[in-house]
Design a protein around this ligand. Sequence first.
Ligand code: OAD
Length: 254
Amino acid sequence: MTPEGLERAARMVADSGLLAVSSGAGMSRESGIPTFRDAMEGLWARFDPQELATEAGFRANPRRVWSWYAWRRERVLNACPNPGHVAVAQLAEIVPELVVVTQNVDGLHADAGSRGVVEVHGSIRRVRCLDRGHAFTGELPPYTEGEEQDPPPCPVCGSPLRPDVVWFGEMLPVDAVQRAWSLAGRCGAMLLIGTSGTVWPAAELPLVARRSGARVIEVNPHPSELTHAADVFLQGPAGEVLPALLAAIRTAAR
Ligand code: OAD
């Protein structure tokens, strides 16, 4: 990121009125949560997404899929928000209105203090049953690395429990989609953080914002499929760039 880029971005955020933040897996990378597509360690690099993140995959091998999510849930529950999450939460205190839309299922924005987070891909912290969608609020069995567990049965209908996340081929939660697309159409600026822009429809959000006249600021160590739509590209990790952007906005506001 360059000082000029930071300054331009700070002005866009300060002038935005409503600031939409749209985050992907890169937002949580510095909290120790691997991203899906990083070549070296991306989760998908080690697993076949069709085997794990689809209803068919779950029905074919519930034990494998349940255990993979139990492993990820354990990592999420032991993770802490990073300085990027904290900066986004603090930004909400200095701009007129800020709403976070995230593709992430880890809940770390809320842990950092962001309120009203729109989770377009659900939450790994929530569990429901496969056949009837009964929310499960009980205690889940503890998970230890390397073990395989069968999904517990729903106490209401007996069907296997599953994570309350969006699997490939599934519809996104209607209310989350309505809020996210409405925000993108109304915001004065969108802060696009840590997404490769390869998964639709979430990848459309910055394009909706841009078409509606909003400024788009991207934060990513690497160019993404959406960099072409950004007015400013702040190259670097979220945990470094976002605190620097927050400081630049505070300086500009003085
Ligand atoms: P990806 O793994 O596709 O992309 C992660 C992005 O984060 C890449 O552009 C990286 O360059 C960037 N990145 C890596 N480290 C970063 C850092 N420290 N700070 C900022 N950015 C960093 O993850 P997503 O775009 O979020 O969907 O993937 C979207 C969806 O793919 C996920 O929500 C999931 C998966 O299928 C569902 O589960 C439905």
